[in-house]
Design a protein around this ligand. Structure first.
Ligand SMILES: [Zn+2]
Length: 287
């Protein structure tokens, strides 16, 4: 680690982190040197961006190709009424600039694709998937498995959410390992091998979503990313957290690596994201 260089303003801003033994000035510096790519500046991305910026993550990349609509404001709290019609990445970047000058923001007003995923992801330590469609979710999973990139997963549906963390630490990348080992962590495809067919799963616009729901889920994702960067605590690795807002219950189920997984299994079919036709239209939730 490089020498400590928190200035007086930073010691003040991050004092509630710095005074804790688990973080301290070294941990805060690690956050300031950390970088996170947030894919989606919507319901999940909004709270994640806000808390990651407030925590002093030194570099945030934000990917989104949408503009702010009035119907977004019920839950996408990084945007304000005056932002309607503006690109979401610009609105989110302005929010971060006003909150914390320590954070550098890179904006990508584009849709993530097999063609651009490598160049976007390689710039960052961790990816936070705040997307609203299966195409992006599977593309990010496959790319992050193949490159050994940590990935935070979150998804929401009406009154329910799910969160997990994939460190993708398999002692070398899946692409060049000799099949799964006993302790290998699962990936998203180990749990859900294939995306549902487009049109078979309704999206937020047709089913609705409780506005505060993505706030809870996006905050849990941000918590996991901060813990990952600090190297502290027990991550949701190998565990799927399921949140039911109506029942107000949180349940975790253990999830195992699947030896027949098409991307991280013993005989993977997917060796490159170019091998897969990712369909972006089958939105589920994170909208
Ligand atoms: Zn897998």
């Amino acid at each position: 680690m490089s020498e400590l260089r928190l200035d007086a303003t930073q010691l003040d801003r991050y004092s509630r982190h710095v005074i804790m033994d688990e973080i301290g000035p070294e941990g805060q510096q690690r956050l300031l040197e950390g970088s996170v790519l947030v894919v989606g500046a919507g319901g999940l991305g909004s709270p994640a961006i806000q808390y990651l910026a407030a925590a002093g993550i030194g570099r945030l990349g934000i990917v989104d190709d949408d503009v702010v609509e009035r119907s977004n404001l019920q839950r996408q709290i990084v945007h304000a009424d005056d932002d309607v019609g503006r690109p979401k990445v610009d609105s989110a970047a302005d929010y971060v600039a006003a909150l914390n000058p320590d954070v550098d923001v890179d904006t990508y007003e584009t849709r993530l694709s097999a063609a651009n995923v490598a160049e976007l992801v390689e710039e960052y330590d961790v990816v936070l998937d705040a997307s609203d469609n299966f195409g992006t979710r599977y593309l990010l999973n496959d790319h992050c498995v193949l490159t050994g990139t940590p990935l935070s997963h979150g998804a929401i549906y009406r009154f329910e959410g799910q969160v997990t963390m994939f460190t993708n630490d398999r002692g070398g990348n899946a692409a060049d390992s000799e099949g799964q080992g006993a302790d290998d962590p699962p990936c998203y495809r180990c749990i859900f091998p294939e995306a549902p067919q487009p049109g078979t799963v309704p999206d937020c616009a047709t089913t609705g979503v409780l506005g505060v729901l993505p706030g809870t889920v996006g905050c849990i994702q941000a918590t996991e990313v901060v813990k990952y960067l600090l190297g502290k605590g027990d991550l949701l690795e190998g565990r799927l957290l399921m949140y039911d807002a109506m029942g107000m219950t949180f349940d975790t189920v253990d999830v195992l690596a699947n030896p027949e997984c098409p991307v991280c299994g013993d005989e993977p079919e997917i060796e490159s994201v170019e091998d897969v036709a990712y369909k972006g239209s089958c939105s589920i939730s994170a909208d």
